[in-house]
Design a protein around this ligand. Structure first.
Ligand code: MN
Length: 279
């Protein structure tokens, strides 16, 4: 072995070691940011806060959320409270931005932070639906045409199978006449929760949608696939003919499978988002 070759091998080894150390430091920092308990929210598992952060950011990454919209979770130990970010674009949400609210939409400890005008969407759905542990509200572009059309949104394939039970369209004008279209008080929130009924998704006329689930992961998954389904359904309808949608029975079976394999897609989304949290 020549002297030059030995030095080259040593340099390559050092470079590999350096990369491993850098990766280790990065991984350690991500884990630390994910696991540090929140001083402002005692008793809340940092993993739940991370789910809200990952959900908010991945939906922004997909264009399902833009500067508006929000992801929330029911409080894990107080079912009469819920957790959501202060008023902030979803792509910017960190665990430190998440606040606690009661079901009247009042922040527990505002500390001067601005809150979302449409928090009543979340409050009134948590009040009406004990089974719901997470709520997502979006203005996703895909669903808007179906919110103003008389063509119902229907399940195109297995991932959005939760749509097969039917998708109500809530019209704010029915109860409240001409408004600015926002769910800005309790009465409007109750009207929306009533239209959602026992379903996983409701469209909001001229506004967007709301999706709910037994976990943050499921509510976020449903927000994403509702948007994907809407775009694909518009394509299928443009082909002409009569689309052969999933039946309600197929929908129930496929939704159970989606729930069982949720972590596979969630872990992918989490890996895409964690580097965006590095300080
Ligand atoms: Mn809105």
């Amino acid at each position: 072995m020549t002297r030059k070759f030995r030095w080259t091998r040593m340099a390559a080894g050092l470079a590999r070691f350096g990369v491993l150390v850098a990766l280790g430091l990065l991984a350690g920092r991500f884990d630390a940011s994910a696991q540090t308990p929140s001083a402002a929210l005692p008793g809340v598992d940092p993993a739940l806060l991370e789910d809200i952060v990952v959900g908010s950011r991945i939906l922004a990454d997909f264009g399902v959320l833009d500067g508006f919209g929000h992801v929330s979770a029911r409080h894990p130990t107080n079912p009469n409270h819920f957790l959501m970010s202060r008023s902030l674009a979803p792509a910017l949400v960190t665990a430190d931005d998440i606040m606690e609210f009661d079901l009247d939409g009042n922040p527990v400890d505002a500390r001067g932070r601005n809150v979302f005008l449409e928090r009543f969407i979340h409050a009134e759905i948590y009040r009406a639906r004990p089974d719901v542990m997470s709520v997502v509200h979006t203005h996703s572009p895909g669903v808007i045409p179906f919110s103003v059309s008389n063509v119902p949104l229907r399940a195109m394939y297995h991932n959005p199978s939760f749509l097969a039970v039917g998708v109500p369209v809530w019209d704010i004008r029915k109860d409240f006449g001409d408004t600015n279209m926002l769910v800005s008080n309790q009465a409007i929130g109750k009207s929306l929760a009533s239209a959602l009924s026992d379903k996983p998704v409701a469209l909001m006329r001229g506004h967007g949608d709301v999706t709910v689930g037994p976990t943050v992961k499921m509510a976020v998954f449903r927000a994403y696939y509702t948007d994907v389904n809407a775009k694909l359904q518009a394509q299928a309808l443009a082909l002409g003919g009569e689309p052969n949608y999933l039946t309600p029975g197929e929908g129930v079976k496929a939704d159970q499978t989606n729930f069982a394999v949720m972590d596979r897609i969630w872990n992918l989304w989490r890996l895409k988002i964690l580097p965006t949290l590095a300080k």
